[in-house]
Design a protein around this ligand. Structure first.
Ligand code: BGC
Length: 510
């Protein structure tokens, strides 16, 4: 799994004991709290009026390819037949895309077909009772060519239509600016070989894109996510080498300039969106969303497993959000500590994406190279999905409540879901029920101001280097039959939840 393998490198450079310094004395990791078994009240678990129930997609995964770095990678992987993965789905080999060769040119280009099917897809979302839809405004669609002084009118028109269709159906658009993909030209090296976020003109290019977004889509959009999962982008793209630009840097310090640029980009977007919203006398709700994992010591009795799990938790889950709060990029387990002008406090909410738990097994003789396991090999009844990710609903509660306590801000859950190919999707239904219950508990018991639950995803789509075989959709897509949509049972369950604005009591039965 891309998110895990490289986590190991989070500890590279400064060995675990360097990390431990900050955490010695923490007697019990919050990850070790016993699940709350006392939620036994009868009746539905109600959510407050105005709570957002929604689904999420991203352009590169669901719509026609744009001239982006990802499109260049996909086309190159296809041309050279790089379709390999590790032993199981979810272990993409760097430079490969799982099984890409088995799909037609139309599927590879159009992904889930949202480009032409959006009206019907939004009808479906509306009939499910959803009031939020998360999507991305692709930089490469607005600025497909280098040096453009204004955005492409066709690109602007596409999003205007989409946003208009959402609003006409009573659905609030949640727009993401950067969801991993950027224009291919952004990654052309300059004379000194610098590309992407490390180009000296990167911020100017980004500013032009953000200006165009703000000018065209405020006031129609007020919910903004500037960056999707910056840590996944950093590790997959710059260390593991499974996402463009396919770099394999050894140490976190070597990739830190990219993180610094992303923090600057976030601050620029935050300020621009707020400035334009204020000029137009409307509100803007702006933040980023973080990929969070529940890190569990494999052996609870082993202090080094516990300390290492805490250290990785800090680096992966909180470093980036902490930087936004404090205005300093301080990377755990390294000496990196850099102030970033204009960054402190640029967050109206905390965005949480949560999928699974992982186990950390440390080695006393190699503390900087712990094993990260997707599920506990000895817990034979532990549920895990088609990508091998262990389902751990209570971890969702822990992350939400920790984020609530840590930042004191509203929380938007911008992704939660699972890969389940089965037509009856029993596992997805269980996952959905259990995670919505934990979101409710986090609000009602844990004091977390959770304001939305947005499921990944409405329909099956292109799962990055894992290709089309990882099926995250509430609705199945038939790629061999014109992208035909067939709702899975979990779509009905989610519709029941959204219509009731509550988790029905009978939904909690096993
Ligand atoms: C990403 C999505 C992805 C999903 C499932 C998140 O990491 O934001 O783009 O499809 O998880 O892996």
């Amino acid at each position: 799994m891309r998110k895990i393998v490289l986590l190991i490198s989070l500890l590279a450079g400064v060995a675990a004991l360097g990390i431990v310094g900050t955490h010695v004395g923490a007697s019990r990791s919050p990850l070790l709290v016993t699940p709350d078994a006392s939620d036994s009240q009868p009746g539905p678990r109600r959510f407050p009026a105005g709570f957002f129930w929604g689904v999420a997609i991203a352009g590169q995964q669901a719509e026609r390819q744009q001239p982006s770095d990802w499109t260049a990678f996909e086309d190159d992987a296809f041309r050279h037949g790089r379709f390999g993965t590790g032993p199981t789905l979810g272990e993409a080999l760097p430079g490969n895309i799982h099984d890409l060769g088995q799909w037609s040119a139309t599927v590879r280009r159009d992904k889930a077909g949202f480009e032409t099917m959006h009206a019907a897809d939004l009808d479906m979302a509306q009939s499910m009772g959803l009031n939020a839809f998360r999507f991305s405004i692709e930089w490469a669609r607005l600025f497909p060519r280098a040096g453009m002084g204004a955005p492409d009118p066709a690109g602007v028109a596409y999003y205007k239509t989409l946003i208009g269709e959402m609003k006409a159906r009573g659905i609030t658009p949640f727009a993401t600016l950067f969801h991993y993909a950027s224009p291919a030209w952004f990654f052309e090296p300059d004379a000194a070989g610098r590309k992407g976020w490390e180009r000296p003109d990167a911020m100017a290019s980004w500013q032009a894109y953000v200006d165009a977004v703000a000018a065209n889509f405020i006031p129609d959009v007020s919910q903004w996510c500037t960056l999707n999962e910056p840590m996944v982008y950093l590790y997959s793209g710059y260390m593991e080498g499974t996402y463009p630009p396919l770099d394999k840097r050894q140490r976190v310090e070597d990739a830190a300039p990219v993180l610094q640029a992303l923090l600057r980009a976030h601050a620029i977007a935050y300020r621009t969106l707020h400035r334009v919203a204020a000029e137009r006398h409307v509100e803007a709700d702006v933040g980023i969303t973080e990929n969070t994992l529940s890190f569990e010591p494999l052996r609870n009795w082993a202090p080094l497993d516990r300390l290492t799990a805490q250290a990785i938790d800090q680096a992966w889950n909180w470093d980036f959000l902490d930087a936004i709060q404090t205005g300093r990029m301080k990377l755990a387990n390294t000496d990196v500590d850099v102030p970033i002008a204009g960054l402190a406090g640029t967050e109206d909410y905390v965005g949480i994406n949560y999928y699974s738990r992982t186990y950390v097994k440390a080695d006393l003789f190699h503390p900087d190279a712990p094993q990260i396991l997707l599920h506990d090999p000895d817990a034979h009844d532990e549920p895990f999905n088609d990508l091998g990710w262990a389902s751990y609903p209570h971890g969702f509660y822990l992350v939400l409540t920790k984020a609530g306590r840590r930042y004191g801000k509203p929380i938007h859950v911008l992704e939660n879901g699972t890969a389940d190919r089965a037509d009856n999707d029993v596992a997805r239904q269980k996952f959905l029920r259990e995670h919505v219950r934990e979101a409710w508990l986090a609000r009602e018991r844990g004091g977390a101001d959770v304001r939305s639950y947005i499921h990944w995803s409405l329909f099956d789509n292109f799962e990055w280097a894992d290709g089309f075989d990882a099926r995250f959709g509430l609705v199945a897509v038939d790629y061999e039959n014109g992208f035909k949509r067939t709702p899975r049972p979990s779509a009905k369950l989610f519709a029941d939840i959204a219509h009731a604005n509550a988790l029905p009591a009978d939904a909690l039965r096993p």
